[in-house]
Write a protein that binds this ligand. Sequence first.
Ligand code: SF4
Length: 465
Amino acid sequence: MCGVFGIHGHDEAANIAYLGLHALQHRGQESAGVVAGDRTLRRHVAMGLVSDVFDQKSLGRLPGAAAIGHVRYSTAGSSELRNAQPFLFDYAGGSVAIAHNGNLVNADELRTRLEASGSIFQTTSDTEVIVHLMAKVPEFDPVQRLIAALRQVQGAYSLVGLADDKLIGVRDPHGFRPLVIGRLKDGYVLSSETSAFDLIEAEYIRDVEPGELVVVDGAGLRSHRVATGEAAPPHFCVFEHVYFARPDSLVNGKSVYRARERMGMRLADEQPAPGDVVIPVPDSGVPSAIGYAKQAGIPFEMGLIRSHYVGRTFIEPQDSIRHFGVRLKLSPVRSVVDGKRVVVVDDSLVRGTTSRKIVKMLRAAGAREVHLRISAPPTTNPCYYGIDTPTRSELVAASHTLEEIVRYVTCDSLGYLSHDGMMAAVGVAGDVGLGYCSACFTGAYPVPLGKGGDGDLVRLRRSRV
Ligand code: SF4
């Protein structure tokens, strides 16, 4: 749960990166940073939102025609300044900067091996493993060093980097996390999502392919392959469509808004509800609620209002803040729900605690019945590839029946979208969702955990780092 951005060939590269990060702020709110330069690279990172981290003075100290940026949410490594990215480090051959979105499943194993051979880590982030692997490669060219390092890691990474006046973008062989290429005047831009391109008026060209590494310099854009041998099957994260990406983005070449709307329409067919009004849990539930209402022929209304001055609860790591956050952020509109049978459409039901509070709020505002509809299948497994889902033991659908969840949440009925329905909504026909990862719904992990393997233990260990 991070966002990355890169630009090459623009006089105000750091300013453009700063704008790009604004459009990726939903992907991480704990820290933000930019590294910019030509041959000499300079870095500014700090904890907080993009608008708090940068001002004219700090951006003025980042000259150069190339820049990379990062917004961070800590899925691996603790939330503190030393883990803020981009990382900037010096080799014998020059400086290299890296910003990373994703989690490596063999990071712990590699770290142990590197430490045994003398590497001293300064952060607790997965990304530093890549840095140390690069340092051990007997190559001068930083691109070749990076490729050699990436051949040793497993898991999810979409990276942007700067080295030797080159902008580098790379996606892991499965393509878990997104990374797109655009053009801005004579230069190139890279971003986690196209929402950043819309803001800076860049033109979307294409996605970086899974397993592809692109290098941009004065000669244009060149493409390399990271992996040797046969290409791995792609496994793009379906949860980007369900919840995480911005609805105005194209991810994996598809409109997030339209995919969510289709999820809502399919949900209405699969899980009809006796309702007088359909309301979304804003913001990410809005397109699917619109789809549900359209398909079911029930009026759509905004029955819950979100305060936009508080961070998103789902990606807020401290339990105490998360529980308090629901009431702080959502409030019911009495005139919409009073005396009505309300169909509430949300995009996920993770622990069940948020839904329970929403149902309570709606009943207190006069709702006669509350029917909860989820525009995704039950979340039964944690993610090891960069999205912050809780451990399996905390996922309510992993250990409770539908009836038990209904009782816990205190709704009148509950219905989920089927796995096939979700995949069809993102435009994938067929049984298993070819080309996508949907492991948090199925438990079928495309890349297994590295040695040491109980997933919950690995996640707990990381959360304590
Ligand atoms: S496990 Fe779920 S959240 Fe993680 S990459 Fe796969 S689909 Fe995305």
